[in-house]
Design a protein around this ligand. Structure first.
Ligand SMILES: NC(=O)c1ccc[n+]([C@@H]2O[C@H](COP(=O)([O-])OP(=O)(O)OC[C@H]3O[C@@H](n4cnc5c(N)ncnc54)[C@H](OP(=O)(O)O)[C@@H]3O)[C@@H](O)[C@H]2O)c1
Length: 290
């Protein structure tokens, strides 16, 4: 199945899925897309994608199925509409949404029942790296389908880590997300403390400039917090979903930092920022502080 002429279907053309579809088109692949809200998929038609009315319509005869939807329930619902049955023989499903450990088990089971090879392939990177084709793919799944996956991963990413059997990619993704979650939470609290103490955020950045504490990530999210403008790269709503996946995966291991971030994100969402960038967590911290 590897080589030219492959048909790639992308279910979900939100922030990440539409950027991935564009890069697949740019790499010369035949791309079919579906999105629940069709208008969000339509701009891709002008770039050469075929926009379908249903997941099944998009998947018919495809060699590669990519799912990039909000969560496991959305993936299960979309794929459950007869999608796997309609793929080309020997097709591979690349599940790139962040769905957690239980979600991965559930979706892998569906693939097994239909005899479709399943690759657990969550990604690192947000809107800008996705648009630039510079995601990091955390892939795990059967060795024999790797050659089929590589052209797709090369089109959407700058690096692919193959980390083991299905589930290993998701576990690594949760660990990295735990790190991001903690950074975001402490940044929001740092800025709130600065505000409370009358410290200009720019002097915080001047103080750490050029040293090991001067993280590019903090600069990007900190700028949003300082300006209180949150153009969405990754929404508060989905960040909250990811924190829930981390806490679920941790089980009896207590993670109070993640719990605190969940608290701030809930308040940010409650204050009307659910669809804004996760940096709007800052609004949650401020909402609590009064
Ligand atoms: N953005 C990031 O920085 C980033 C980075 C790494 C991983 N991820 C993960 O990638 C996935 C997509 O994220 P995103 O940022 O692209 O989100 P997004 O822009 O909000 O897009 C979400 C997609 O899921 C669809 N969807 C949501 N609920 C659905 C349902 N019940 N049934 C069918 N479709 C549904 C949406 O359709 P509509 O358009 O109709 O709402 C849209 O296509 C998530 O799992 C996220 O955690 C995101």
């Amino acid at each position: 199945m590897s080589g030219g002429g492959r048909i790639v279907t992308v279910l979900g053309t939100g922030i990440m899925g539409s950027a991935m579809a564009r890069n697949l088109l740019e790499a010369g692949m035949e791309v079919r897309v579906w999105n629940r809200t069709r208008e969000k998929a339509e701009p891709l038609a002008a770039e050469g994608a075929r926009v379908a009315d249903s997941p099944r319509g998009a998947a018919r005869g495809a060699d590669i199925l990519i799912t990039m939807l909000a969560d496991a329930d959305a993936v299960e619902r979309a794929v459950g509409e007869g999608v796997l049955e309609t793929l080309a023989p020997g097709a591979v499903w690349l599940q790139t949404s962040t769905v957690g450990i239980e979600g991965t088990r559930r979706l892998q089971r569906i693939a097994l029942e239909q005899g479709v090879a399943y690759v657990d392939a969550p990604v690192l990177g947000t809107r800008e790296p996705a648009e630039a084709g510079e995601l990091v793919v955390l892939a795990s799944g059967p060795e024999e389908v790797r050659p089929d996956c590589e052209p797709v991963f090369e089109a959407i990413g700058k690096k692919t880590l193959w980390v083991g059997p299905v589930g290993a990619g998701t576990r690594l993704k949760l660990v990295v997300n735990g790190w991001i979650t903690g950074l975001l939470g402490v940044l929001g609290e740092t800025f709130a403390l600065a505000e409370r103490l009358g410290v200009d955020p720019s002097s915080f950045f001047e103080a750490v400039e050029g040293g090991p504490l001067d993280l590019p990530y903090a600069r990007v999210k900190g700028k949003m917090m300082a300006e209180r403008e949150y153009p969405t790269s990754f929404s508060v709503r989905l960040a909250r979903k990811d924190v829930a996946l981390i806490l679920e995966a941790a089980g009896s291991l207590r993670l109070p930092v993640c719990e605190a971030v969940a608290y701030h994100l809930d308040r940010a969402a409650g204050a009307g920022h659910a669809e804004e960038d996760m940096a709007a967590l800052y609004e949650g911290v401020r909402a609590v502080s009064g």
